[in-house]
Design a protein around this ligand. Structure first.
Ligand code: ACO
Ligand code: OAA
Length: 385
């Protein structure tokens, strides 16, 4: 028959590499030179001068806020941190063993049912839903962690910044200024990154004109995987498995020989050092010295040297997930919360892209090139063998 087979040359990009699927003014990445800008502002400047709240405003509204606008936005974020009682009751009853990324999906899905703006699709209503989700994800994560470890939940403190409040709700003790600031910077660095897999997943869902909550649930599901946000947790596991810097060479070379991936290395866009990894490495170094515990950073640096020696020519360098875990470890964040912390930071990037794309929406619908048989006779069940 052959009528269903396409003829002529095909344009096929495995994993959509290089395919431009949207116009965006949210962020840009120069993967050759290791540069990243949010709304035109270099990531290094945001890490130095901005806060998560200000960066969230910048990403969502397209420009840096005035002092008054920032105060209003921060106040709104603080007010919206409190989760509905029913959601709290649901979270504390959840079993203690599932991965917290799965818990986050349940909690976010559940909270949508109590969202007072659920039915709203005007811009203000959607923005409130978005800000509510960004504000509440940290509360959900911290509450779950407290409950699974048999501790009372700590309600959000409206006096604290987004970053400081998360550490407070998690540990039951206010972080010192320096720790809060380092965590704030980590959140800024994770807030946005173009059409990565989780953002694209959110956009695909949103492009059907589904709701923002469903879009972000798609994103959480995509972020969980080890090739994306799930890599950060696995980096620490690898550092533990290696155990000491002198064992790194054998571990890495064996892994490469067996075609296993080294977590926290490689990137679809960066073919050089990820600028965010550079900043996170500095803080990982700083905290290792501060706490006089250099085990992880020394193993990490050894891996980095070996990987760049072996695969640098191929454009494989540390990505944002490589040093973030060492930083989080020193901030007392449990390992299985590393990816949920990534999700709470990235929620703003997800939402910004969903809002931008759906403002000029077209449903996403790529196609597959059919490589199956031309024609297969249908055989009745009783005649099949
Ligand atoms: C927040 C983030 O999502 S950042 C990424 C987090 N993920 C990780 O750290 C997981 C490890 N890294 C990877 O698996 C990949 O580099 C990805 C998924 C990030 C990017 O994947 P892609 O752009 O599809 O690259 P692809 O898988 O085609 O790899 C290209 C080549 O580099 C090699 N390579 C890529 N990453 C790694 C790695 N971490 N370790 C060893 N080799 C690697 C591949 O084996 C492949 O080699 P080949 O050409 O000889 O077959
Ligand atoms: O951009 C990507 O493909 C992965 C990602 O989310 C990031 O690096 O932050």
């Amino acid at each position: 028959m052959g009528v269903l087979k396409e003829k002529g040359p095909i344009e096929y990009s495995k994993g959509l590499e290089g395919v431009i699927a949207a116009l965006s003014s949210i962020s840009a990445i120069d993967g050759k030179n290791g540069k990243l800008i949010y709304r035109g502002i270099p990531i290094e400047m945001l890490a130095k001068y901005s806060t998560y709240e200000e960066t969230a405003y910048l990403l969502l509204y397209g420009e840096l806020p005035t002092k008054e606008a920032l105060e209003k936005f921060s106040a709104q974020m603080r007010e919206l941190r409190v989760i509905p009682k029913k959601v709290e009751e649901c979270i504390v009853e959840l079993p203690p063993n599932p991965h917290p990324m799965d818990i986050l999906k349940v909690a976010l899905a559940h909270s949508a049912l109590y969202d007072p703006d659920r039915q709203k699709c005007c811009r203000e209503g959607v923005m409130r839903k978005v800000i509510r989700i960004i504000a509440q994800l940290p509360t959900m994560i911290a509450y779950y962690h407290r409950a699974r470890t048999g501790q009372e939940v700590i309600p959000p403190d409206p006096e604290l910044s987004h970053a400081a409040n998360f550490l407070y709700m998690l540990h039951g003790k206010k972080p010192d200024e320096e720790e809060a600031r380092i965590f704030d910077i980590a959140l800024i660095l994770h807030a946005e990154h173009g059409l990565n897999a989780s953002t694209f997943a959110a956009m695909v869902t949103a492009s059907t004109l589904s709701d923002i909550n469903s879009a972000l649930l798609s994103a959480i599901g995509a972020l969980k995987g080890p090739l994306h946000g799930g890599a950060n947790e696995r980096v620490l596991k690898m550092l533990d498995e290696i155990g000491s810097p002198d064992k790194a060479e054998e571990y890495v070379l064996n892994a490469l020989k067996e075609k296993r991936r080294i977590m926290g290395f490689g990137h679809r866009v960066y073919k050089t050092y990820d600028p965010r990894a550079k900043i996170l490495k500095e803080y990982a170094e700083y905290l290792s010295d501060k706490y006089n515990d250099r085990k992880y950073i020394e193993i990490g640096e050894r891996i980095e040297n070996i990987m760049i020696r072996e695969l640098g020519k191929k454009g494989i360098f540390p990505n944002v997930d490589f040093y973030s875990g060492i930083v989080y470890q020193f901030l007392g964040i449990p390992r299985d919360l590393f990816t949920p912390v990534f999700a709470m930071a990235r929620s703003v990037g997800w939402a910004a892209h969903v809002c931008e794309y759906t403002a000029n929406n077209r449903i996403f619908r790529p196609r597959a090139y059919y490589i199956g048989p031309d024609y297969v006779e249908y055989v009745q069940l009783e005649k099949r063998r």
